[in-house]
Design a protein around this ligand. Structure first.
Ligand code: GLY
Length: 375
């Protein structure tokens, strides 16, 4: 496709995002959306589950809109959500491995864009909670609570940027050491030689040796949950950004090539699992839009002559998602349809999910060169 045609699509899609996000910001404000019912965000996660791992994506979308448009209403709503999230700090047992997802896009985003010291404190508090989950013998950050002592999950690669940020802010390498130890363990135990990944790896907490690799949110053990692939792709690209360790760049490329090869066989929209039976067909647009951001991050890390492959793949995914799944009707909530939480189970299958919208907006900002890093 010709360059000016692509630019036209980027411009018109951004205009649609601006129109829809402006109306949604007025309608939703400080409430915390997750999945709409019949086109309306009825549930406020701030009321029903303040600990829910996706609670940072709405403020992340608002901060992206604020920095792109400078409209104060986005900042006000994002700050309101950030204050509400303080209630999660009061409930230690409810907190988990996903504090990066929750506070990178709320408090840390606020600090990065406005310099707010109160927000920096919240971000550091979250970073310390994440660092506190580190197992120094197994050299990993454990997932979940209770009896999951040796569990790691691929999603964690998107949480550890909180630790890189904390090291940069404090000039204290401890946080980065933990992040890198964890990334090394994930690379060894959850990324396969062909670039596919396990969602979960259960390790011996005494020494980090692999015991078992269940399928988690994918089809089965040994399969390839596509959102897990995108967490890994983008996560390793981000670890490379912060550390400049070539092993992470190599991992991000390997996973990217695997993702691109698979998604190109289904019209650039990913199946929920790349290694699942042909029927029933189950889509997950959220995996595609997250991978698109990872591919664009990867392109930015590479010399110009290597960038096109990744950038074109990202554009193919985003355009296919737009054509087949985007809802630009401003009277309805949410943008990207076709998101699926997990391969098994009917709940939240092929529906709009808040992080699908987050990554779609981030990707368009990246293509527009209006992007700021919130990871
Ligand atoms: N982090 C959980 C998920 O991707 O669904």
């Amino acid at each position: 496709m010709a360059k000016d045609e692509i630019q036209q699509w980027i411009n018109s899609t951004w205009d649609k995002i601006e129109r829809k996000m402006s109306v949604q910001c007025d309608r939703i404000g400080e409430r915390i959306p997750y999945v709409p019912e019949d086109g309306v965000y009825r549930e406020d996660m701030g009321e029903s589950d303040i600990f829910w791992w996706t609670n940072g994506f709405w403020p992340g979308m608002l901060w992206h809109m604020y920095q792109a448009t400078k409209e104060d209403k986005y900042k006000a709503a994002a700050e309101g959500v950030e204050r509400r999230l303080d209630a999660a700090f009061d409930g230690f047992n409810g907190l988990h491995h996903d504090v990066g997802f929750m506070w990178l896009h709320s408090a840390v985003a606020n600090y990065r864009l406005t310099g707010s010291e109160r927000s920096k404190t919240r971000g550091m508090h979250a970073a310390n909670l994440l660092a506190g989950r580190y197992n120094p013998r197994g050299k990993f950050i454990r997932a979940w609570n209770e009896d999951c002592t040796g569990w790691i999950i691929i999603d964690s690669m998107m949480n550890i940027p909180l630790l890189y940020w904390a090291s940069e802010e404090t000039n204290d390498p401890r946080f980065s050491y933990i992040a890198m130890d964890h990334a090394d363990t994930v690379l060894r135990q959850a990324v396969r030689e062909d670039g596919s990944c396990n969602h979960i790896a259960i390790l011996d907490p005494e020494n980090g040796e692999l015991i078992e690799a269940p399928g988690g949110q994918g089809f089965a053990s040994g399969s390839s949950w596509s959102r897990g692939q995108s967490w890994a792709l983008y996560g390793f690209a981000l670890s490379y950004r912060y550390t400049k360790d070539e092993r992470y760049l190599h991992a991000a490329k390997l996973i990217a090539h695997y993702f691109m090869a698979n998604v190109s066989t289904t019209g650039f929209v990913p199946l929920v699992d790349f290694r699942s039976p042909k029927e029933p067909v189950k889509w997950d647009t959220t995996a595609g839009v997250c991978a698109a951001c990872g591919l664009l991050e990867l392109a930015d890390a590479l010399p110009e002559y290597e960038q096109e492959l990744y950038r074109n793949a990202a554009i193919n995914i985003l355009r296919a998602t737009d054509e087949r799944f985007c809802n630009w009707n401003v009277t309805e909530d949410s943008i990207v349809n076709g998101g699926t939480a997990a391969y098994h189970g009917q709940r939240h299958a092929e529906v709009p999910i808040i992080y699908g919208d987050y990554f779609f907006i981030e990707a368009l900002l990246r293509l527009n060169n209006k992007h700021v890093l919130l990871w």
